[in-house]
Design a protein around this ligand. Structure first.
Ligand SMILES: [Zn+2]
Length: 93
């Protein structure tokens, strides 16, 4: 019996290693630029927590991981995803 493999990824902010499924993914897509939870290209992972998002923004963790400029709207969109994860849907993004 083979076990389902768990893909581990490191949060760019707190450096904790977690199951990929539990992290938010930010990808620098070749064509579309920064996309969340999809796209092709260099990716960074971050915990679904306010503290990690804030820290990532303040210390420019995503910029460094993705090697490009990351606008605040990306953090903002991630924060909205947190809210939809924690509670049941209130508004669609
Ligand atoms: Zn984290």
């Amino acid at each position: 019996m083979s076990q389902a493999s768990t893909v581990l990824r490191r949060c760019v902010s707190c450096r904790k290693v977690l199951d990929r499924q539990q992290l938010l993914k930010v990808t620098r897509d070749h064509q579309e630029g920064i996309v969340l939870q999809g796209g092709m290209g260099r990716s960074a992972y971050i915990c679904p927590s306010e503290a990690c998002l804030e820290d990532a923004w303040r210390r420019k963790r995503l910029q460094k991981a993705l090697r490009c400029n990351v606008e605040f709207k990306v953090i903002d969109a991630l924060q909205k995803q947190l809210n939809t994860c924690n509670d049941s849907y209130i508004e669609a993004i």
